[in-house]
Design a protein around this ligand. Structure first.
Ligand code: HOZ
Length: 424
């Protein structure tokens, strides 16, 4: 496979941009080799600058539920280009997107649009602190809520990939406001509430973890968090940046029937453009400025490009609910009967092939994976035209454009990798 142009671009980029990338997860640091520089996306494929074509299981890390360049998004963007790209003043489209989100998600009566999942989680956390007058947060090891200072403690995603447990540059006193506990266990949460009575503002959780690989909640985990938060006067924050409008139109909270107090959204709601949101009940959200005293703002928040792209995708998904069955079935076909030595986790259209023999239910079990073997698997797949996330600790995503041909090709490549390993 010729990767000359990617190599040249990467060499240039490394002199100009830290690590040559604008987000660490793109850097191939844990798998080695040269990140592929993308020329364009085509349905469920990525084409790199050397002309290599890959089945794309990253989908821009989740947003591209309808694949690359879906016609309704292109059309929506064309329309917006005629009126302007940013006004710093409200538009009708923002009202329409808010209406869509609120209609879809039962726990959300009011929503504020922001620009990234990080902003959404950070702002939601501030709301929880502002309302409760408390400082502490419970989060879960291996969950990632963007690069929010206090939430980087034992975080997943790029930190898990790079083996960074706590980021430099976060003041100790910020990190100390975070209690990080094992995912899928309720006892430690209960103990934390007992150890810190009246001090915990918020429990932040990915209702289906996607940032340490895909890990579903065990039965009762989310319900238990709901009860404990209600019992102790803390707010339950669901980070649905990955899961919102992906696992179901109303997100993981409709799938599992648990109502958080606050929800962070991102990814799918922007149709591939930078947008995110946080929301909750009208009462909770009334604390946000200018209605209330909790300040949060943004020059490009609700900008018409991202709002229009997001609206186009959400409306399409609402009009075609069968898409959710289709992508779930496709993902089920991809992950059925994995080779020995692989534990597959899948929820809907999110999945991870964990290279371990044991069940993966939390960060500790995710870390039992053979990451050296994952490097080999990653490059084997890449060489066979399949683009997985360059990390064992990330989820893969299926779009509505992945079909039988792609699934067959991927399964065959996976199978041949293990046959090749066995032959040694
Ligand atoms: N949540 C995404 C991956 N786990 C973030 C992507 C990024 O950090 O660029």
């Amino acid at each position: 496979m010729d990767t000359t142009k990617s190599e040249q671009l990467f060499a240039r980029a490394q002199l100009l941009i830290p690590g040559g990338v604008n987000s660490p997860v793109r850097a191939f640091r844990s798998v080695g080799g040269t990140p592929r520089f993308v020329d364009h996306g085509d349905g469920c494929y990525l084409v790199d600058v050397d002309g290599n074509r890959y089945i794309d299981y990253i989908g821009s890390w989740g947003p591209l539920i309808l694949g690359h360049r879906p016609p309704m998004v292109i059309e929506a963007l064309r329309e917006v280009l005629e009126i302007g790209t940013s006004f710093g003043a409200p538009t009708e489209r923002e009202v329409e997107l808010a209406e869509e989100i609120i209609a879809a998600v039962p726990s959300v009566e009011m929503v504020r649009l922001v620009n990234s999942g990080t902003e959404a989680a950070m702002s939601a956390l501030r709301v929880a602190r502002g309302i409760t007058g408390r400082d502490l947060t419970i989060k879960f090891e291996g969950c990632y809520h963007g690069h929010v200072d206090s939430l980087l403690v034992k975080a997943g995603s790029g930190l898990a990939t790079l083996g960074i447990s706590d980021s430099a540059g976060v003041p100790g006193c910020f990190a100390e406001t975070t209690i990080s506990l094992p995912y899928n266990q309720l006892d430690p949460v209960e103990e934390a509430f007992q150890r810190h009575p009246g001090q915990i503002a918020c429990v932040a959780v990915e209702p289906v973890a996607g940032n340490m690989g895909c890990i579903p909640p065990l039965p009762g985990f989310l319900e238990g968090l709901r009860d404990l938060c209600s019992q102790h006067g803390a707010l339950l924050l669901f980070d649905e940046v990955m899961t919102g409008f992906r696992l179901a139109y109303g997100g993981a909270q409709t799938l599992y029937g648990v109502k958080p107090d606050l929800t962070a959204f991102g990814k799918v709601i922007g149709g591939g453009l930078p947008i995110a949101a946080y929301g909750g009940s009208a009462e909770v959200m009334s604390y946000v400025a200018p209605s209330g005293p909790i300040y949060q703002a943004g020059t490009l928040s609700g900008n018409p490009m991202a709002v229009s792209a997001g609206l186009a995708v959400l409306r399409h998904l609402k009009a075609h609910p069968e898409i959710y069955h289709q992508i779930d079935d496709t993902c089920a076909a991809l992950t059925a009967h994995p080779p020995s030595g692989v534990t597959v986790n899948r929820v809907g259209s999110m999945f991870t092939f964990f290279l371990t023999h044991q069940p993966v239910v939390d960060f500790a079990s995710a870390k039992t994976c053979d990451t050296e073997r994952f490097k080999r698997l990653f490059h084997w797949m890449l060489d066979h035209g399949i683009y997985l996330a360059p990390s064992q600790f990330e989820a893969g995503f299926i779009s509505s454009l992945h079909g039988e041909a792609e699934i067959t090709q991927t399964r065959e490549a996976l199978q041949s990798f293990f046959e090749n390993e066995t032959r040694g």
